[in-house]
Design a protein. Structure first.
Length: 170
């Protein structure tokens, strides 16, 4: 059963373009895994015992997110995401998925673009596995995040209307 689910999820990923989208709207990071959770990202608990959970938008159960993308997904609190990975049997309570990929479905109703923020002589752009996407206007605050993995929602003039940092620059 897991193999069938993995193949169908991989087929959907290929049909949609697979990687973080520049032109197709897909905002995916990582490799697709067989287990899945989709819903609203929440950070719960108190420091230092916080955890990231996915509250399903349809039927399903709350899923704790662990694994290499757990901190990035935690930065998306309030967004709707689709996480794939492998069940994390080490978690004592409830369902947990060690995320091997995630896709940002919606941030306040908008589908963001995801990529590493870069610049050259002609301005700023996002770069990912699918290529590059020029950005018309970048705020002074965002310019400081060159080299970071970011999500952006563009305005009608291709400038950044909203953004968030997923991974700090290396």
């Amino acid at each position: 059963m897991r193999l069938a689910v993995a193949l169908s999820v991989a087929g959907v990923a290929l049909a949609c373009g697979g990687e973080p989208g520049m032109g197709n709207g897909i905002a995916r990071v990582g490799e697709v895994g067989p287990d899945r959770a989709e819903g609203l990202v929440r950070r719960v608990g108190t420091q230092p015992f916080t955890r990231t959970i996915i509250e399903p938008t349809e039927e399903g159960e709350i899923t704790t997110v662990t694994g290499p993308y757990g901190s990035e997904i935690g930065r998306l609190a309030g967004a709707t995401v689709r996480v794939t990975g492998h069940l994390d049997e080490r978690q004592a309570a409830g369902r947990a998925v060690a995320a091997s990929s995630y896709e940002i479905v919606s941030i306040d109703g908008d589908r963001p673009l995801v990529g590493t923020l870069r610049s050259d002589d002609t301005g700023f752009f996002l770069e990912n596995q699918r290529g590059t996407r020029r950005i018309a206007a970048v705020s002074a605050a965002l310019k400081k995040w060159q080299g970071a993995l970011v999500w952006v929602v563009l305005d009608e003039n291709e400038g950044v209307a909203r953004y968030g940092i997923l991974r700090d620059p290396k």
